[in-house]
Design a protein around this ligand. Structure first.
Ligand SMILES: CC(=O)SCCNC(=O)CCNC(=O)[C@H](O)C(C)(C)COP(=O)(O)OP(=O)(O)OC[C@H]1O[C@@H](n2cnc3c(N)ncnc32)[C@H](O)[C@@H]1OP(=O)(O)O
Ligand SMILES: N[C@@H](CCO)C(=O)O
Length: 377
């Protein structure tokens, strides 16, 4: 496997996805966490688009996926335009029309793009690292609820999220059923399945096995000695689950990598592809956050302490759209149908894509059409 260049700093958290500085920051006080830990200082980074109307009825919350961030739409800065992760779904005249809606997208609690996470400084002035407490999806929603209050938003017209963001979306709808009119839960489920947990488990072990990870206390490592290999390998596993077997076969088959001969120690093209995506993530993401968010994903169960999923989902008052991808082998379409069946006002749409779970980031036309129609219905 290729190694990232030696000039990399210890953590990817340094690399802003928003170099033009559009992010804002909310100080949200201290938080006692569901699993018993405590964060004495909680901060969320967030971005907004559009204008909140006079009666404050047009706000939409968007929750990003595992390695996403607040930068859902690109913005022009001095001499450049930064790319957003849902550029073709959110924006003026698009499905989530920022000429009409006031869109808020926070970086998740535990993340590495400005919100409090393992790379943040603990009270003793050093990075939290291994001391960062176990976060749950509910804690992440609690932080977002505080952000809503601080922004003076009394009600969301809609809460929208995909994958890990969809898990937060569902937790929002169950915990605060009166806070929204509509919920859009994309490529997600009511609780983490055993198979999803199994994929997370192997990734967590791989991170721990990187000798540069040091249990999470690597923030003082010399530059270039971060846990890149562990993070990249975890991403390779995850990325395989984000794509469909059919797509991988049709795109790569048994093709060799560029100028590589598999019979002389070279890689197949699919190996090169995974290495590329692993390294790409290692360059931009913090391994500590990857661990914290993966562990949060393992905690996801809207039914915990509420009498199970069926009872919990029955609390939802908002109209719910569950949007799935037919080739998703991480969040199966049957999870999408289950959400629509269990929510009192639920609808399911499963779109076609060859790309698996990542279809929600790729099939922008169809995703946009379905979301736009639901928001405007
Ligand atoms: C909701 C969120 O918040 S997600 C946050 C942002 N998104 C992510 O982190 C997801 C990571 N990225 C991805 O999963 C994908 O790139 C997506 C979903 C964004 C787009 O998918 P696709 O358009 O199908 O891109 P694909 O998976 O083919 O990757 C393309 C890249 O792989 C590279 N690539 C393709 N084949 C090979 C190969 N055989 N060897 C090496 N590299 C390869 C391409 O050169 C391209 O590089 P680039 O990204 O620097 O342009
Ligand atoms: N590509 C997405 C997939 C997880 O939903 C991400 O990295 O966040």
């Amino acid at each position: 496997m290729e190694h990232p260049p030696e000039i990399l700093p210890v953590t990817g958290a340094w690399q802003p996805t928003d170099p033009a500085g559009h992010r804002q920051f909310a100080a949200l006080g201290s938080m006692d966490l569901e699993a018993g830990g405590r964060l004495p200082v909680v901060r969320l980074a967030f971005e907004t688009w559009g204008e909140l109307n006079a009666d404050k009825s047009n706000a939409i919350l968007i929750d990003h996926a595992l390695t996403g961030d607040s930068h859902v739409v690109g913005k022009a800065g001095p001499g450049h335009i930064t790319a957003g992760w849902w550029n073709e779904v959110v924006g003026p005249g698009l499905a989530i029309d920022t000429d009409k809606w006031f869109v808020v997208c926070p970086n998740v609690l535990g993340g590495c793009q400005g919100s409090t996470g393992p790379a943040s400084l603990a009270p003793n002035g050093r990075a939290w690292g291994s001391r960062f407490p176990l976060l749950t999806i509910r804690d992440q929603v609690e932080a977002e609820k505080r952000l809503m209050t601080q922004l003076g938003i009394p009600h969301w017209f809609a809460v929208v999220g995909a994958s890990l963001g969809g898990q937060r979306t569902l937790e929002w709808a169950v915990t605060y059923p009166e806070d929204m009119d509509k919920v859009i839960a994309v490529a997600t489920g009511a609780s983490t399945t055993a198979e999803q947990a199994a994929w997370c488990h192997a990734q967590l072990h791989i991170l721990e096995l990187d000798s540069n990870f040091k249990g999470g206390d690597y923030y003082d490592n010399p530059p270039g000695q971060g846990p890149y290999r562990g993070l990249a390998l975890a991403r390779e596993i995850a990325h395989t689950t984000y794509r469909s077997p059919k797509e991988l076969q049709e795109r790569f088959g048994r093709d060799p990598g560029y100028r590589e001969d598999p019979l002389s120690g070279g890689r197949l093209a699919v190996q090169s592809y995974l290495d590329y995506h692993g390294i790409k993530l290692a360059k931009r993401f913090d391994a500590g956050s990857y661990k914290a968010l993966t562990r949060a994903m393992l905690t996801h169960d809207v039914g915990r302490g509420r009498g199970g999923i069926v009872v919990a989902m029955s609390r939802i008052q908002a109209e719910l759209l569950a949007l799935g991808v037919d080739s998703d082998r991480l969040f199966y379409p049957n999870q999408t149908h289950q959400l629509a069946e269990l929510a009192p006002k639920g609808h399911a749409v499963v779109i076609h894509s060859e790309s698996g779970h990542d279809g929600f980031l790729i099939e922008n036309d169809e995703v946009g059409q379905v979301i736009g129609a639901f928001l405007n219905s």
